[in-house]
Design a protein around this ligand. Structure first.
Ligand code: ADP
Length: 377
């Protein structure tokens, strides 16, 4: 998706991929095969490039610092990226910057949990400090013994964890912004992200019913954090809207983010183009929504891959929902895997949401959620 945006800007992307069938490698002729944990592969990918950037956060900081020292323009720089890689570093920095975060503590020993539980008087969440993704590495526990047991297992495996209070929330929001090295910032409307089992299934843009001042506060917070942390490119600030209507920061991501896929069809400038503009230090694009409502629904692999081919599923989908904007990632179907997403743009939230959800479910399952049969008449 970043490459699509690069084409329009007359830029070319070289991709570092482990396999030639990875999504990003499928759409560019310039692929360096190798691991993002191998400095030589990273050097080959960066050679002669104007800028090195990311579609995930797992490149080790030490390697990026080495590249930087060798003169590579790394964006976002590793000094910023660390806050999207290490949840403990992030929590400590945000707390120091006065950003609202759940109460948290490092866990060096299982007994640390007892002290923390006494202090917060709330259910506990255990998180691996590094390597989490789509809810993997997050355990929402119901009582202290369960939290202790989970921590014991992680620590026995040598996996560093932190504990935090389980936040009583209304819903989850994301404030997505971009920042250029020049210092320009741009914020899209704040969205609601609907999660199931730790995975984002749907994004509603803008977040329905969000008071203007709360939306503006979330945008300002995200822009301020982007500046304080020295982000270059995109910054997604994942937020909890608390039961009382306040905001708390859950996580940071510094790359095009699932919560921003709606911008491909629902905003003047997509997150992918904006990320490129930011890392290339171009003036940033207009982030306005082009319609009252956009809903993005993820196409999540069905428990059983349908017998009907994806090609045929697309035929049916476009026959029934011609305004569905489909973005597939070229991935093999697997249960629960993010295979793509569908955007629907419109003016009535209930209608748009139903169309997007129905389209995404159809693409994954080859079943209409309302039992419709395209061959019936
Ligand atoms: P990942 O790094 O895997 O994306 P997150 O930290 O975003 O993990 O957590 C995944 C999901 O777990 C969140 O979207 C949220 O639904 C839930 N969650 C995480 N932390 C808390 C918390 N402190 N209180 C309540 N729910 C939480």
């Amino acid at each position: 998706m970043t490459h699509q945006a690069a084409i329009a800007l007359g830029q070319t992307l070289r991709v570092l991929a482990v396999d030639s069938d990875e999504s990003a490698a499928q759409v560019t002729p310039d692929v360096v095969l190798g691991s993002h944990t191998d400095i030589d592969a990273l050097r080959r990918a960066a050679a002669g490039a104007q800028v090195l950037t990311f579609d995930h956060e797992h490149v080790p900081t030490e390697l990026l610092e080495k590249l930087q020292a060798e003169g590579v323009n790394v964006a976002p720089p590793p000094q910023a990226l660390i806050h999207a890689q290490d949840k403990l570093v992030m929590r400590r920095r945000l707390e120091a910057l006065g950003a609202p975060v759940p109460r948290f503590a490092a866990v060096d020993d299982v007994d640390d949990l007892d002290d923390f539980a006494r202090r917060v008087d709330a259910p506990l969440v255990l998180k691996t400090i590094r390597g989490g993704y789509d809810g993997r590495g997050v355990i929402l526990t119901t009582d202290l013994p369960e939290a202790r047991e989970a921590a014991r297992r992680y620590l026995a495996d040598g996996v560093p964890v932190l504990v935090e209070e389980r936040v009583a929330m209304r819903r989850e929001l994301t404030a997505l912004v971009a920042r250029s090295p020049f210092g320009q910032g741009a914020a899209w409307p704040v969205v609601e992200t609907v999660q199931r089992d730790g995975i984002c299934v749907e994004v509603l843009a803008p977040a329905p019913g969000l008071p203007d001042e709360v939306g503006a506060a979330a945008q300002e917070l995200a822009l301020r954090l982007a500046g304080e942390l020295g982000v270059v490119g995109l910054l997604a600030v994942e937020l909890f809207e608390t039961a009382e209507g306040g905001l708390m920061v859950n996580e940071l991501a510094m790359r095009p983010h699932n919560s921003g896929h709606w911008t491909m069809n629902g905003a003047v400038t997509s997150q992918f183009e904006q990320h490129l503009r930011a890392v290339l230090d171009y003036p940033l694009g207009d982030t306005s929504a082009i319609a009252p409502v956009t809903v993005m629904a993820n196409v999540l692999g069905a428990p059983q891959t349908p017998a009907m081919s994806m090609d045929e599923r697309l035929h049916h989908l476009f026959g029934r929902i011609p305004d569905a904007r489909v973005h597939l990632y070229g991935k093999q179907e697997r249960p629960g895997r993010k295979l793509g997403h569908v955007n629907v743009v419109g003016s009535d939230l209930a209608v748009v949401r139903e169309r997007a959800g129905r389209a995404a479910h159809w693409l994954a399952h080859a079943q209409w959620t309302d039992g419709w049969d395209g061959h019936a008449d």
